[in-house]
Design a protein around this ligand. Structure first.
Ligand code: PHE
Length: 340
C-alpha cells in the first residue's frame, strides 16, 4: 500500500505538468485527493489495520496529501505566470516599427524669395519699409505724377473703396510715404508687399500679387547706379553670367523710364521658347525718379536725384523655377509647395 503511494507520486508530477489550465489542474487534484482517489481507498482500509500500521499509513497518507497540494499550487503558479506572459506579449508595442510622420509646415515660396531679395538689398545698405494695402488715391496716383483724369491711370485698373481710397495697385505709394517721412533726407529703401488690380485671373495674371519696390534718393545718383544695382540683383537671382539691358518705356513717376530685360538664362541668349527667340526676358520696370515726384514730396530736384524700380515677386519666382501658372502660388497644393 505504501509502495503504491510512492509510485503515484511520480505520476502526480507528470499529470500536473500536462495540465495547462486551472480547470485541468483541479481535475487532476480531484483524481489524487478526491472521494474516489486511491488515497481515499487507502484511508478506507485503515480501520482494519493494527495501531502500528495505522500510524505508518496515516503518516504516509498525510505526506502524500501535502505533496499533491504543493505540486498543485506550484503548477497553478506556473499557469498564472504563463498567462501573464501571454497577455504581455499580445499587448506588446513594437518599438522598432517606423513612426507616423508629422508633416511640418514651411515658409511660402513667395515669402522665401521676398526674404532672399530683402537680404541682398540689406547687404547693400537698404532698409525695408512697409505701407498699407488700402491706400490713398493721393499716394497711389496723384503724388506719383498721375493726377485725377490722367490717361495713364488706365494702365492699372483699380479696386476703389471710395473716391479717395483704393487697394494699392503697386508698391510705389511707399516711395511717397517714405519721402514725406524723411523730410528731405537721403532715402535708400525697398518695400515688399501685396498689390491689387482689376485683372481677370489667368496663367499670368492675378487680381492680387506681390511686388518689391526700390527707391534711392540722394545727391549725384545716376542711371549707372540703377543699372549696377539691378545688374547685381539679377545676377544673384538668375546666375552670375546674367547681363541686363534697358529698353525705353513709360511710367508717369520716372523720367526716363525703362523696362529691364535679363539675358536668357535658359539658352544663354541664343534664343529659345522661354525668351521667344530674342535671347532676352523682360523682368521689371524702373527709371529715374520724376522731378515732379521729388518736388511734391518736398525734395529739390536740382539738388536730389533718385532711381526707383518695381518687380513682381511671382514673375521672378516663375522664371527662376519654371512655374507655368501664377495660380499655383495661391491654391496651396502641398505637392507644389513641397518643392521649395
Ligand atoms: N510701379 C510700377 C508698376 O507697378 C513699376 C515701377 C516702379 C516702375 C518704380 C518704375 C519705377 O508697374
Amino acid at each position: 500500500m505504501l509502495k503504491k503511494l510512492l509510485l503515484l507520486k511520480d505520476q502526480v508530477e507528470i499529470d500536473l505538468n500536462s495540465a495547462n489550465t486551472i480547470n485541468e489542474v483541479n481535475e487532476k487534484k480531484a483524481l489524487y485527493l478526491g472521494k474516489k482517489s486511491p488515497l481515499q481507498e487507502i484511508m478506507a482500509t485503515m480501520k482494519d489495520l493494527s495501531i502500528e500500521e495505522r500510524k505508518e499509513v496515516g503518516k504516509a497518507a498525510n505526506e502524500f496529501r501535502s505533496f499533491v497540494e504543493e505540486k498543485v499550487q506550484k503548477r497553478l503558479n506556473e499557469i498564472n505566470e504563463l498567462q501573464i506572459q501571454k497577455k504581455l506579449e499580445s499587448q506588446a508595442i513594437d518599438v522598432t516599427l517606423p513612426g507616423r510622420k508629422f508633416r511640418t509646415g514651411s515658409l511660402h515660396p513667395l515669402t522665401k524669395l521676398t526674404r532672399e531679395i530683402e537680404d541682398i538689398f540689406i547687404g547693400m545698405g537698404y532698409t525695408v519699409e512697409e505701407g498699407p494695402e488700402i491706400e490713398k488715391d493721393l499716394y497711389n496716383f496723384e503724388m506719383l505724377n498721375l493726377p485725377k483724369g490722367h490717361p495713364a491711370r488706365e494702365m492699372q485698373d483699380s479696386f476703389y473703396i471710395d473716391n479717395n481710397n483704393l487697394l494699392r495697385t503697386h508698391t510705389s505709394p511707399v516711395q511717397v510715404r517714405t519721402l514725406l517721412k524723411r523730410k528731405g533726407e537721403p532715402v535708400k529703401i525697398i518695400c515688399p508687399g501685396k498689390v491689387y488690380r482689376r485683372d481677370n485671373d489667368d496663367a499670368t495674371h492675378s487680381h492680387q500679387f506681390m511686388q518689391i519696390e526700390g527707391l534711392v534718393v540722394d545727391k549725384n545718383i545716376t542711371m549707372a547706379d540703377l543699372k549696377g544695382t539691378l545688374s547685381l540683383l539679377c545676377q544673384k537671382m538668375f546666375g552670375e553670367e546674367t547681363n541686363i539691358r534697358f529698353r525705353p518705356s513709360f511710367f508717369p513717376f520716372t523720367e526716363p523710364s525703362v523696362e529691364v530685360d535679363v539675358s536668357c538664362f535658359k539658352c544663354g541668349s541664343k534664343g529659345c521658347s522661354l525668351c521667344k527667340g530674342s535671347g532676352w526676358i523682360e523682368v521689371l520696370g524702373a527709371g529715374m525718379v520724376h522731378p515732379n515726384v521729388l518736388r511734391m514730396a518736398g525734395y529739390d530736384p536740382k539738388v536730389y536725384q533718385g532711381f526707383a524700380f518695381g518687380l513682381g515677386i511671382e514673375r521672378f519666382s516663375m522664371l527662376m523655377n519654371s512655374i507655368d501658372d501664377i495660380r499655383h502660388f495661391y491654391t496651396n497644393d502641398p505637392r507644389f509647395l513641397r518643392q521649395f
